[in-house]
Design a protein around this ligand. Structure first.
Ligand SMILES: *[C@@H]1O[C@H](CO)[C@@H](O)[C@H](O)[C@H]1NC(C)=O
Ligand SMILES: *[C@@H]1O[C@H](CO)[C@@H](O)[C@H](O)[C@H]1NC(C)=O
Ligand SMILES: *[C@@H]1O[C@H](CO)[C@@H](O)[C@H](O)[C@H]1NC(C)=O
Ligand SMILES: *[C@@H]1O[C@H](CO)[C@@H](O)[C@H](O)[C@H]1NC(C)=O
Ligand SMILES: *[C@@H]1O[C@H](CO)[C@@H](O)[C@H](O)[C@H]1NC(C)=O
Ligand SMILES: *[C@@H]1O[C@H](CO)[C@@H](O)[C@H](O)[C@H]1NC(C)=O
Ligand SMILES: *[C@@H]1O[C@H](CO)[C@@H](O)[C@H](O)[C@H]1NC(C)=O
Ligand SMILES: *[C@@H]1O[C@H](CO)[C@@H](O)[C@H](O)[C@H]1NC(C)=O
Ligand SMILES: *[C@@H]1O[C@H](CO)[C@@H](O)[C@H](O)[C@H]1NC(C)=O
Length: 303
């Protein structure tokens, strides 16, 4: 009996730990870089890139979810273009932290995959940051792309897919037609049954026109059949736009809302479920390692 309640107490503490952990740290997804165009050390391009990354991270402190920046100097080919975009519901402080983490990763040219790349993009749950030697502002960019699939399957695939496409299309219309042109973002819920709800999110970088945003979202939604048919959740991310859907609320409802509004227990359980189900190697490993370490630690303390 004593052991039973102790287990529950530990589980509860574990849940609290994961909530705090999850809400404090931006969750890294993936980084992609050009491998055919690189720069060398101690060049003007490298200097411009450093300036760009630090200016993006300081722009992110100004309570804004999107900014673009250009740094020139030296010859025209040394110009670097960059931007950051935070997910529409992410509060300012988390946005800032995400962009900071992303720019530091991008600036760290020691990683094997992205050594001295002239273009790169980095995706987190909460934000994306990209830079390039090409001016990519106000153009629809659909490569590189990434997808993530929730491993839990849906039972009634056919009617679910109909509802999913309809809801995603409505969410895309709303994001593209947003009255706030600085934020092409929308979320929508739909009832699947009496006790199941579908949650959808779409977003474009706000440098796109409404038409370009809708076109990008049509393309990205078109990848649904490649990403996650039959899955309870999934997402496809392009540089210019993305969508995500799940059967649990993965975004903050009143955007941007302070984290304190979310009930700790409810959000933890959802986050736990999310972590367990995601396929992506990086996230899944990170979550499992984090859960594993926490459990081991508690078991160790117990003994
Ligand atoms: C992007 O990065 C992933 C690994 O993180 C790699 O598997 C993939 O090939 C890369 N894609 C492109 C277009 O660079
Ligand atoms: C590098 O590859 C990208 C696409 O993969 C292409 O658009 C670009 O022209 C290439 N650059 C060079 C210098 O080959
Ligand atoms: C770059 O400059 C630093 C210090 O000025 C020097 O130590 C380093 O060797 C230089 N690297 C190259 C590749 O020239
Ligand atoms: C931001 O992008 C727009 C085009 O969408 C461009 O006109 C503007 O100069 C850019 N601003 C900076 C600071 O790069
Ligand atoms: C970015 O976040 C990860 C984990 O969330 C952390 O391990 C890493 O130290 C952070 N990097 C920076 C530069 O803040
Ligand atoms: C979900 O479906 C896919 C293919 O339809 C299958 O490979 C996978 O094992 C299923 N996952 C679960 C958890 O049943
Ligand atoms: C969603 O929109 C796409 C085009 O953007 C269209 O082909 C598709 O039929 C629409 N689906 C639904 C269910 O409305
Ligand atoms: C969005 O705007 C376009 C025209 O800009 C219009 O055709 C479409 O019906 C609008 N959609 C919604 C959902 O308001
Ligand atoms: C979903 O169903 C609940 C009651 O079951 C209702 O209050 C709510 O408005 C419905 N939501 C949508 C988006 O239809």
């Amino acid at each position: 009996m004593a052991l039973f309640s102790l287990k529950h107490a530990l589980f509860f503490m574990f849940l609290i730990f994961t909530t705090v952990h999850a809400s404090d740290d931006p969750i890294f997804l993936r980084q992609n870089c050009t491998t055919n165009e690189t720069f060398t050390s101690n060049t003007t391009f490298q200097l411009n890139l450093r300036t760009l990354l630090s200016s993006l991270s300081s722009l992110a402190t100004r309570n804004t979810q999107f900014r673009n920046a250009t740094v020139s100097g030296g010859s025209p080919s040394d110009t670097v273009y960059g931007l950051f975009l935070c997910r529409g519901d992410v509060p300012p402080q988390l946005c800032q932290q995400c962009v900071l983490n992303a720019t530091q990763r991008l600036g760290n040219q020691n990683t094997d995959t992205c050594k001295f790349a002239k273009s790169a993009i980095i995706w987190y749950d909460e934000c994306l940051v990209r830079y390039s030697n090409r001016n990519f502002f106000s153009t629809v960019e659909t490569r590189p792309r990434m997808r993530l699939r929730n491993t839990a399957n849906i039972s009634d695939t056919k009617s679910f897919l109909r509802l999913l496409y309809t809801t995603l299309n409505e969410t895309a219309d709303e994001a593209a037609n947003s009255s706030n042109v600085d934020k092409l973002y929308a979320t929508k819920q739909a009832n699947i049954s009496g006790f199941q709800t579908l949650y959808c999110l779409t977003q474009c970088t706000p440098d796109l026109s409404p038409q370009d945003c809708r076109r990008c979202l049509s393309d990205v939604i078109g990848d649904l059949s490649w990403c996650c048919p039959g899955s309870q959740g999934g997402r496809v991310l392009y540089p210019s736009c993305n969508f995500r859907y799940e059967l649990y609320p993965f975004y903050r409802m009143d955007s941007p809302a302070p984290e304190a509004n979310v009930s700790p227990t409810a959000s933890t359980i959802k986050k736990g479920e999310a972590g367990k189900r995601v396929v992506s190697s990086e996230i899944a490993t990170a979550t499992f390692v984090s859960i594993g370490v926490t459990w081991l630690w508690w078991v160790f303390v117990l003994k």
